[in-house]
Design a protein around this ligand. Sequence first.
Ligand code: NAP
Length: 339
Amino acid sequence: MNEYRYWRLNSRPLGHDYSSALSLESGDLPSVGDGQVLVRADYLSMDAGVRVWMSAREDSYSPPIPLGTPMQGQFLGPVMESRAAAFKPGDMVRGFGHWATHSLVDPVQSGLTLLDPSVRDIRDHFGPLGLNGWTAYCGLIDVLGLKGGETVLVSAAAGATGSIACQIARNMGCRVVAIAGSDEKCAWLTGTLGADIAINYKKQKVGDELAKIKGGIDVYFENVGGELLDAVFPNMAHYGRIGICGLIAGYTSSHGLPGPARFDQILMKRLTVKGIFLPDFLARGVNYYAPLKKWYDENKLAGDFDEIRGMNHVLLAFERLMRGQNQGKVLVDVRGSSY
Ligand SMILES: NC(=O)c1ccc[n+]([C@@H]2O[C@H](COP(=O)([O-])OP(=O)(O)OC[C@H]3O[C@@H](n4cnc5c(N)ncnc54)[C@H](OP(=O)(O)O)[C@@H]3O)[C@@H](O)[C@H]2O)c1
């Protein structure tokens, strides 16, 4: 059991060809240095943003992952060994480490967090109560100043971040308009998550559907970019606010997306456009756990999971997310994966 397995980034992926760029490797478990913690992963989180770090882009909010090193990502599991005062073996934690059976981390740099044992499903520490939930709350409340009664539009609405954004907006008493890529996702958004309107962007003309919404869109929580953003701009309400949480439509590009084509609408409608970046708020010590947990305990916030089992299926899980085959949070159960 002194061996561990990890995915190594060998080259910059082209499109969604991840198996040519990453390989599953094994090595000896590293020894734990002063101040470090060794965690065994039970689950790995798949997050769209890491696709940007896989690329060579130097103009991103995070530097490229060096080639030949373990792929970076979030884990959740028990502490195996600790030489940091705040953690002891057996503690259940979440943090940033590697797509690996084990991560050796500095608790501060990895954002290592002790998990609240009162949470009914430990996987929710990744979705509604994890960084997806925190980002949605931060974006809607702190960045965009959401108020009850407003009309809120969310793209990639059936994904991990978008599905929580929809529920937060609903809980705030807003009218929720959701955009997603299948009829099944749209039915889940209106039937279970309480969205008022759902638009299937693969079948419907988003601009035409948004034009039917009386009063326009007050707040747009953007996860996609590209053509979708172009369709939204002319349908914003005067003085509307757009929060750019993500631009997944451009993540496989080495230089991002051009545009937006309807930039003129910022003037015509006197819009405000802001970037949403959770780590900026975390660095200031902001903590979004309490309000999210309150809704969670009241059954007003829930996630769905798209779960795959086994270290050897990590790339498959990531590709599902990037291709929109998921509903809810994509994660990999690596419990019992051969070490
Ligand atoms: N700024 C921050 O601090 C922060 C933190 C977390 C996440 N994010 C952003 O939040 C967004 C969602 O990330 P996530 O990890 O929660 O993933 P996710 O939403 O669970 O999965 C990604 C979803 O994006 C949609 N999508 C993929 N390619 C698309 C395209 N070309 N056009 C339209 N939709 C597309 C797919 O759903 P469809 O079926 O609808 O196509 C897919 O399910 C990403 O943009 C990510 O970068 C930002």
